[in-house]
Design a protein around this ligand. Sequence first.
Ligand code: HEM
Length: 182
Amino acid sequence: MYGIINQSIQQLIITEFGEETWLKVVQESKLDTTDFENHEVYDDTYTYALAEAAAKILNTDINTILNRFGEFWIMDISIKKYPALMYGGGTTLKEFMNNLPKFHNRVALSYPNLTAPEFKVIDDGNNLQIEYHSQRDGLTPMMNGMLIGLTKMFNQEKVVVELISNKGENGLTYDLFRMTWS
Ligand code: HEM
């Protein structure tokens, strides 16, 4: 994955737990480098090793870290670093979500070697079903955190985000999420 992902994990740990905790995570991860460049592609094992190490040092599990990271990614990275891209995605949460399948096409203009996720969004007029197709495993909690981050971005925190079905369940080749408006 592009270095911006690993840099953002670093930023999350430093912002929330301080520099010393980050240094412990670095040590625990046993990686040969943790000095990541935004636009350089690193093997995915770097990202998973950092998340695993953070979970260990913070006494929690990797899914909690990934979920928190997903929310941080939207609120503290994407909106701040790429406001035009984010606010250009839609003026309401629903509009943004309906445009989500095309979102990474624009991201790919600055990150051409992206292995992007694919999304299909089904709008029944009231609620949304979101298919998350990924070539990677284990990132479902990160996607969950990102969806929660998007509800916060649009001040729609009453919208409920739920994982309905996991990839692999009932022969599904994707994770299925639902956003419900009350
Ligand atoms: C300006 C905003 C965004 C940027 C710059 C961005 C960029 C990226 C990058 C660099 C990756 C790593 C993939 C790789 O390096 O091969 C990624 C992955 C991902 N992004 Fe985005 N993204 C943005 C917004 C979003 C939003 C709004 C969502 C909505 C849910 C999202 C969902 C994901 C997911 C789920 C992955 C994991 C990839 C996988 O499953 O393989 N991203 N994105």
